[in-house]
Design a protein around this ligand. Structure first.
Ligand code: HMG
Ligand code: MG
Length: 301
């Protein structure tokens, strides 16, 4: 092998949040709970459960409180997204102790997604992050449009690094750096993640690839070579941001786990049980699941 690889990789399952947020039909809350339980049973240790956003903007996440009250587990790390103080106040009413804030490097995308420019979001979020840290919460910062924006095109690498710097300076524990519309190339992924690894040795660094152009697995391999050992993935390859046209699903958990395990990298995830968990939610989706591993291993209809 010409490159060094980690022995172990952490998968952060984003299926119940990124995976479902863009589904047209409301997935029944009970099914979401069973999906989360199935993913846990498959060995998922870190997971985005839901998001505390405006139900007018993202109706699919309207049951966030109920999901967390029922499904939160302190065993691994369950995370919820929140865009503002109203969202974080709702998180405070639950047991959840890990919050993801999210901002786009691109102003235009950020405005479409959370109705603020990127600098306005940072002004709002810094005191919120400081309060979360004072209260001992785990804080993850999701950096959208880190490579390309559906409205502004190519993003300057230095602008992404600068936004990461601001978040690290404000005390976050993790940066999840996203190729929102699946346009990054492996060379671009390797370049950005190598620089982030060097500059932020004490921050958890996670890569979040959407698979719009089927480059997510190649980008994951390139990121592994840059030293990244944490990946956001979504069971069944579900996902996409309602405010990023062209953003199809995330890298599929089953395909990523298969890739990693075939390279001798431990993930702790049981693929059969993962397929079972996808089967729970599949009948309620408006899309079919086309991921390689699932198509080979799902029970016949
Ligand atoms: P706004 O309209 O500017 O907000 O939206 P507002 O403060 O004027 O409030 C409007 C209404 O929303 C009010 O209700 C508020 O109470 C309510 P009304 O008085 O009209 O009845 N509201 C809330 N309700 C529940 N929870 C809240 C909340 N905040 C306000 N937290 C806002 C601003 C941020 C709320 C809105 O733009 C929003 O909810 N955006 C969420 C967008 C979203 O969820 N996007 C997907 C997640 S990010 C993503 O997928 C990318 C990622 O995967 C990485 C990648 O791939 O790039 C992470
Ligand atoms: Mg995403």
């Amino acid at each position: 092998m010409m490159f060094t690889l980690p022995k172990k990789v952490t998968i952060i399952e984003v299926g119940p949040r990124d995976g479902l947020q863009n589904e047209k039909q409301f997935v029944p809350t009970e099914i979401k709970k069973q999906f989360i339980a199935g993913l846990r049973n498959a060995g998922i240790q870190e997971m985005e459960l839901t998001s505390f956003v405006s139900p007018k903007w993202v109706p699919q996440m309207a049951d966030a409180v109920e999901i967390v009250l029922d499904s939160y587990s302190p065993a691994g790390r369950d995370i919820v997204l929140a865009p503002n103080s109203k969202g974080v106040d709702r998180v405070y009413s639950t047991n959840c102790k890990a919050v993801a804030v999210f901002v786009g490097v691109s102003n235009t995308f950020n405005k479409k997604n959370i109705n603020k420019t990127t600098p306005e979001s940072m002004i709002e979020l810094k005191p919120i992050i400081a309060e979360l840290k004072r209260k001992n919460y785990f804080v993850r910062a999701c950096i959208s449009t880190a490579f390309y924006c559906p409205y502004e095109g190519k993003i300057n690498e230095e602008d992404t690094i600068q936004l990461c710097r601001e978040f690290v300076g404000s005390g976050v524990d993790e940066l999840s750096v996203a190729d929102t519309i699946g346009m990054a190339s492996p060379t671009e992924a390797h370049s950005l993640f190598s620089k982030l690894k060097t500059e932020f040795p004490n921050t958890l660094l996670t890569a979040h690839f959407h698979d719009t152009r089927k480059m997510a697995l190649a980008n994951i391999l390139a990121s592994l070579q840059a030293g990244i050992d944490r990946f956001d993935t979504s069971a069944g390859g579900l996902g996409g941001c309602p405010f990023a046209p062209g953003a199809s699903g995330n890298a599929a958990t089953e395909d990523v786990v298969y890739l990693l395990e075939r390279m001798g990298i431990y993930t702790g995830i049981n693929l059969d049980k993962l397929v079972d968990s996808i089967e729970i939610v599949r009948p309620y989706l408006s899309r079919s699941i086309e991921t390689g591993y699932f198509k080979l291993h799902a029970p016949s209809p």
